[in-house]
Design a binder for this molecule. Structure first.
Ligand SMILES: [Ca+2]
Ligand SMILES: [Ca+2]
Length: 603
């Protein structure tokens, strides 16, 4: 048993946020202290520069909130505070002020080519972090749900590969510290559950040690910026990890929503016909039934999450944020969250994930769009899941009419021309996961994603046709990124013939995109969309038009498509071998070579 003096003295084990920057517009900050005996405390700053506005007790004596204001002339450095509890016992804790926020570069635009990396699965650049202390059981590159060893150093060392491919921005899946142990309660298909994907934060202010240190992250971001590559952080404000300490001991009574399975009925949140209970089933239900759901209607929880979002950008210099599962969170929170980020970092781009194929729903989350609830969630851009699903369906159905119908829904977006267009990501089966489609399907889906309006994105390995089914099989490691790999697809000599073909195709299209303004900013005009195939033109004022043709497969492979209404041009220069165009009896005839796609630049 502890002596009474020890048992009543306050102890502070955490201060969140641990630091801030001085050139901030966000001078009123709330510190969340975690520890013991933090009941009815007084906090006194040891140095001038930080004013205490209020100290508020949490749900129990393990948490308290300290509302502070940073003076404009506060010098940078470590600030100490004395904290005295109701028993009159005191201790100290510290908070750091750095001179300025990390420097950032320009917003994401349609000039960018985005690349999605799951850090654990891309490249292992530092074997020393593969088995952090006490985590021996978590590392096994041969098993699908274990850590494979990828890290920040691995990404940094592959920046030249990405630059050569034509990439100008990378999105890394989350980097928060996740559970350091195997989930004792769950297994999937006989495999232990390990959060190698890092979507289950155990500490929102720490980096998972498998990826490296804060300095490794800073070095990687700085090297990326020097290479002209922006870095997007993946943030998760909807939920924490299954075993987050808040599950047993939350800072306030309403910090988490009560444990209840999510209904997954996404569209209820914008449905004028949905009851309050139906809406809550999505926004307050626990993701998967086991991920503790943050209650953003709790003002302290909301403030914590907003400060956390600002902190990562200010301390590390991310250029943009991809926010997870945004439709599972009340939109009133996103309004505050996006406003705070834009106020502090005017150049930041906010990309929201709404994993749904219906543009009527997805579009309501874009900045400027007030849905039926009159709330502007404030996201600059969204993933174009509707177009992604439409492409797969059109390939399956051998009919491109559905794709044209989906693009008709562009009218619903405030700005469809900045949507992120992709041919797969870490939550969808790989394009190469269905062998019956062969390489054609991969080339078709990638060609559309990389030539459509918006910001194109490539999921790591898709440029090689990396195979894989559902999660986690779609997160196999990049060949050549890991010790012991038999070959390296990072270099041309290490690619199989099919990989070389797909890689060359992607690289060629990304280069064309860089060269042709029409592909970056031009309007989309569909000329053909039926069983014969798909033909669309991208044309920006005063720039050469680009025409994209996808070959239909009914009744047999179409050798050519005749199109009417192509923009006037003296000629159409084909991008790929074996393709050509000629003026036929009915209009322009686009001929295919050995590829299922053809791309032409108007002269
Ligand atoms: Ca490593
Ligand atoms: Ca939620």
């Amino acid at each position: 048993m502890l002596h009474s003096a020890q048992s009543t003295a306050p102890q502070v084990s955490r201060c969140e946020p641990p630091s801030w920057w001085l050139d901030t517009k966000h001078r009123d900050i709330t510190l969340l202290l975690t520890g013991i005996n933090l009941d009815r405390c007084q906090v006194t700053p040891a140095n001038p520069g930080i004013k205490i506005r209020a100290v508020r007790q949490g749900r129990t004596a393990t948490h308290c909130f300290v509302d502070i204001t940073l003076a404009k002339n506060a010098p940078p450095g470590i600030y100490a505070f004395s904290i005295t509890n109701k028993a009159g016992k005191a201790t100290r804790f510290t908070f750091e002020l750095v001179p300025q926020a990390a420097k950032r570069i320009a917003p994401l635009s349609t000039d960018d080519n985005l690349y999605l990396i799951m850090p654990d699965r891309f490249a292992d650049g530092d074997a020393k972090n593969n088995i952090p202390k006490g985590m021996d059981a978590l590392y096994d590159p041969k098993r699908p749900r274990h850590f494979h060893g990828g890290d920040f150093a691995g990404i940094q060392s592959r920046l030249p590969y990405l630059k050569d491919l034509g990439i100008t921005a990378i999105w890394m899946t989350p980097i928060y510290q996740n559970a350091s142990f195997i989930d004792p309660a769950r297994k999937y298909a006989g495999e232990p559950v390990i959060d190698y994907h890092l979507y289950g934060a155990m500490d929102f202010y720490a980096i998972d040690p498998h990826l490296g240190t804060p300095d490794d992250l800073r070095n990687m971001i700085s090297a990326a910026h020097k290479s002209g590559i922006k870095v997007m952080q993946d943030q998760v404000a909807n939920h924490g990890g299954t075993y987050h300490p808040w599950v047993d001991n939350a800072p306030t009574k309403t910090w988490l929503n009560p444990k209840k399975d999510n209904t997954w009925q996404l569209m209820d949140v914008m449905s004028p016909a949905a009851s309050r209970t139906m809406v809550d089933g999505v926004t307050r239900g626990w993701f998967g039934g086991f991920l503790p759901d943050m209650n953003q209607d709790d003002p302290d929880c909301a403030r914590y999450l907003i400060q956390n979002a600002l902190w990562w950008v200010g301390m590390f210099g991310f250029d943009s944020i991809r926010q997870d599962t945004i439709s599972y969170v009340p939109r009133t929170f996103w309004r505050k969250w996006s406003a705070a980020l834009k106020a502090e970092f005017p150049g930041i781009t906010l990309l929201g994930e709404v994993l749904n194929g219906n543009a009527a729903f997805v579009s309501t989350f874009q900045k400027g769009n007030r849905g039926p609830d009159k709330v502007d969630a404030g996201f600059d851009t969204l993933f174009d899941f509707p177009a992604y699903f439409a492409v797969l369906n059109s390939i399956r159905d051998n009919d491109w009419r559905g794709f044209a119908d989906t693009l008709a829904h562009d009218l619903l977006y405030e700005d469809a021309n900045i949507l992120v267009s992709f041919a797969g990501l870490h939550d969808t089966p790989r394009l190469a996961g269905r062998p019956e489609y062969g390489i054609d399907r991969i080339l078709i889906a990638l060609t559309i994603a990389l030539t459509l309006r918006g910001i194109p994105m490539v999921y790591y390995g898709d440029e090689l046709g990396l195979p894989g089914g559902d999660d986690p099989d779609n997160r196999r490691h990049f060949p050549g990124g890991f010790p012991g790999d038999a070959r390296s697809a990072f270099s041309a000599s290490g690619r199989t013939p099919d990989e070389a073909r797909i890689h060359g195709h992607v690289r060629q299209l990304l280069a064309l995109r860089k060269r042709e303004k029409s592909l970056r900013t031009g309007k989309v005009t569909i000329l053909t969309a039926d069983h014969t195939g798909l033909v669309f033109v991208r044309e920006a004022k005063g720039s050469r038009p680009v025409m994209v043709a996808i070959r239909g497969r009914i009744p047999a492979r179409m050798p050519a498509i005749e199109v009417i209404g192509a923009p006037k041009a003296r000629g159409w220069e084909p991008l790929f071998d074996g393709t050509f165009s000629e003026l036929g009896p009915k209009g322009l005839t686009l001929a295919f070579g050995h590829l299922p796609v053809a791309v032409y630049v108007g002269e």
